[in-house]
Design a protein around this ligand. Structure first.
Ligand SMILES: Cc1cc2nc3c(=O)[nH]c(=O)nc-3n(C[C@H](O)[C@H](O)[C@H](O)COP(=O)(O)OP(=O)(O)OC[C@H]3O[C@@H](n4cnc5c(N)ncnc54)[C@H](O)[C@@H]3O)c2cc1C
Length: 324
């Protein structure tokens, strides 16, 4: 950051929202309609960007993720919300944020809706398939894999439940024990009863033919035919965002039941707090949070109005409107 950038004036908003995915834009829509001054700072990489379609969002099922967000951006602009392309590098406990290119934004309240980054296992050829035929969520993309040859990458205890869930989409499911997973006798018999095969990994490579997943190549050279694979990635967030905030074992931001972080004026929502929140859930949580944040602003507005009223007990509606 140059000295001239750091001395730029810091614009003030009622609410600064970091992250313009579905959670951030839903909060912006509610707060814009509540006539708050809002800016959304967005780096432009929503988590589901690699996927061709969003599923499970009523009226938008099957829409490309970028199109859904473009519609949402157009809606919030209509209510005066400012949108800025920016990557926030630091979040100060006061609610001021700093972007990587040296700009500052101050919010009376700050909402972090930054989502998370999926960390994929190091398997050759895997990353380009992510969101296409290497998938995370059976609810989002299971229907598109009906009756195909399916694999689940065993990376932990939850992979067992994932394999059982995937089995509802196809009779041909194999659980490949890749890492950190040991099956109990009960697990093994349950999987066998559901007709889920178990193969010892690890997986070394994914094999692709005609731009489609064809097989998993195991470290011992064995090949497991497979047209789609499900796995549960680890999560990661930018350190600058969470430096002053409490985080959990996944690195996600810890909030109370209202959505407030360990800092008074900083709130968090969507995948930034809950990796399992799907689009409709992230939007729903963000709507609820926006109402809470607006109530907080109103409480402050009222306090200021009362403090600046000529005499205690003399506040009328016109004074209040003037003061806020
Ligand atoms: C491959 C895949 C497919 C999926 N498919 C579906 C589906 O079909 N249906 C469904 O319901 N769910 C699906 N999901 C889940 C879906 O991605 C999440 O529910 C949704 O993205 C959560 O929204 P969000 O706003 O919390 O985060 P995101 O959508 O990730 O948005 C966060 C935004 O914040 C921005 N950001 C991050 N850091 C910063 C920073 N430092 N400064 C500024 N901006 C920042 C990001 O660039 C991004 O634009 C899928 C997930 C994956 C991985």
């Amino acid at each position: 950051m140059t000295s001239s950038e750091s001395s730029l004036p810091v614009p003030e908003y009622d609410v600064v929202i970091v992250g313009g995915g579905i959670a951030g834009l839903t909060a912006a829509l509610v707060l814009g309609r509540a006539r708050r001054r809002v800016v959304v700072l967005d780096a432009g990489s929503p988590r589901n960007a690699p996927a061709g379609h969003v599923h499970g969002f009523p009226t938008r099922d099957g829409m490309p993720p970028a199109e859904l967000l473009e519609l949402a951006r157009a809606e919030v602009r209509g209510y005066g919300v400012e949108l800025a392309e920016a990557t926030v590098a630091a979040v100060e406990p006061s609610g001021t944020v700093r972007t990587g290119d040296g700009r500052g934004f101050r919010g009376r309240q700050l909402i972090l809706a930054t989502g998370l980054r999926d960390v994929l296992p190091e398997i050759e050829g895997l990353r380009p398939r992510w969101g296409r035929d290497v998938l995370q969520c059976p609810y989002c993309h299971g229907y598109e894999t009906v009756d195909k040859q399916l694999a689940v990458l065993g990376t932990g205890e939850t992979s067992i439940q994932q394999a059982q869930l995937v089995r509802t989409f196809s009779p041909d499911v194999v659980l490949v024990l890749h890492s950190d997973i040991t099956l109990s006798e009960e697990d093994a018999s349950g999987l066998a009863a559901m007709g889920i095969r178990v193969v010892e990994g690890p997986v070394a490579e994914v094999s692709v033919e005609n731009d489609a997943l064809a097989a998993l190549v195991l470290a011992d050279g064995q090949t497991v035919p497979c047209e789609a694979m499900f796995l549960e990635p680890a999560a990661e967030m930018d350190a600058g965002l969470t430096e002053h905030l409490e985080t959990d074992d996944d690195g996600c931001i810890v909030t109370n039941e209202l959505g407030r972080t360990s800092q008074e004026r900083i709130w968090a929502v969507g995948n930034a707090t809950d990796p399992s929140a799907q689009v409709v859930a992230a939007a729903g949580d963000a709507y609820r949070l926006a109402v809470v944040v607006n109530a907080k602003l109103l409480e402050e507005d009222l306090g200021r109005a009362v403090a600046s009223a000529p005499e205690a007990g003399m506040v009328d509606a016109a004074d209040l409107r003037e003061a806020v």
